[in-house]
Design a protein around this ligand. Sequence first.
Ligand code: XMP
Length: 523
Amino acid sequence: MTERGGVVVLDFGGQYTQLIARRIREQQVFSSILPCTAPLEEIRKLEPVGMVLSGGPSSVYDAGAPVCDPQVLQLGVPVLGICYGMQWIAKQLGGKVEKAERREYGPARLEVQNGASEPDSALFSGLPKSLRIWSSHGDNVLALPAGFRATGRTENAVAATEDSQRKIYAVQFHPEVKHTERGRDILRNFLFQVCGATPTWSGAAFIHETVEAIRRKAGACGAICALSGGVDSTVAAVLVHRAIGDQLTNVFVNTGLLRKNEFVQTLEMLRERLRLNVIGVDATERFLTQLKGVEDPEEKRRRIGREFIAVFAEKARELQGEAAHEKIKYLVQGTLYPDVIESVSVKGPSATIKTHHNVGGLPENMPFQLIEPLRDLFKDEVRRIGRELGLPEEILVKHPFPGPGLAVRLLGEVTHEDLERLREADAIVVEEIRRAGLYEKVWQAFAVLLPVRSVGVMGDFRTYGKTVGVRVVESDDAMTADWVRLPPEVLERISTRIVNEVAGVTRVVYDISSKPPGTIEWE
Ligand code: XMP
């Protein structure tokens, strides 16, 4: 959804780009990210009060190094360049950038400097003269462009510069990461002192603007929402419902890949407690037929994505006859920013990590246009919006669950029998994590069924069964994650119960990989 008067972050492919946007929203100023190659027109449409040029992995002298339209520096909108953003500005405006003799990765000390006769930099207003900062760069700005002055240095390089006349500011370090002391205040100074932004963005403002924007876009048509009862799709459905009322039909598909009792319980909650108009479709056999003989995870996702769309298209056709749904033109999805960034290569250049999330799994020629009202947000931001919308707490704290469901937690071919095993094991993991009071403290807790068989002994019999992996991770936004140091007695209860209660499983292992280099899911 587009909101005017915010700050546009132009992405040069930096690993912290999304953090910049989020830090800005934390100051109640709307922020969205565009690829650095975005045409000026697209930027202008957003009527930004400021722009941030992100960091990136390249050197400005690399062949194919990402660039923006140089006119972004002439829009009359204040600009803050960060890291690569600073180097690009310096080079673009006639300064000199060179490979650093000593590269700076990690902590460094910034000495804020203002010439005796010069006014203090607005960027560092009210801050100490010496700050611990976080850097990650191999190039330095050796000569500043005309009109610029250095406002901060590290031991090795110019670390902050500005041309306050043209309102172009740049820093070589990362104010958006927590390791930079007073980084939040540096961004705050840019937003309020330099850009004159107004801190009006809030959950309520987001809800209001988003509902209005959806009404303008889809008010005359019908929409169908892929609802799963997770926080993302439920918040998306409630927003669209507020915008177009009964022109929205929610469809909750039982793919046969859901968790234990999930289909029935979730349907009941969505209908009874949220009063949403939801059609439940049991398509278990269709999905399992599609997955027969398929072992490759990406192929599983593609087939599931295709089948989802086929089910929605059929439902939409069925509904066409009913007056309120004359033209079902839109498909509503609860896609979040991390889904977007990990799934599509923003042609600008954050690297594609996987092609698997909501956005990645959809077929190219879909009979729908997408409405994705949460596309710019992170999970914790969506939870706050959900709270503001009055959604029940049990939805807000629910762990994320992938669209392809248990298919990507059951390694190898998906069969009815293994799905039942996995469902039981998964329910035990979640039950025990809840019982230990940990459910709301961890990001995700689940079981994975591995195709590894091993020997065991039960009673006086030799057994030869499958292995369950237990994965419990903490994370802020799923971009990075760490395994949770569970108390041994919780691990013990999980393990004992799984081996005793799930037929055909003889061994339980605990996954101690972080992300990166692992991912949260196993497939
Ligand atoms: P990974 O495994 O990439 O997962 O570290 C990051 C987050 O995304 C969820 N996930 C998915 N969500 N479709 C989805 O809707 C998918 O194909 C998918 N794969 C992973 C995962 O559960 C975690 O929260």
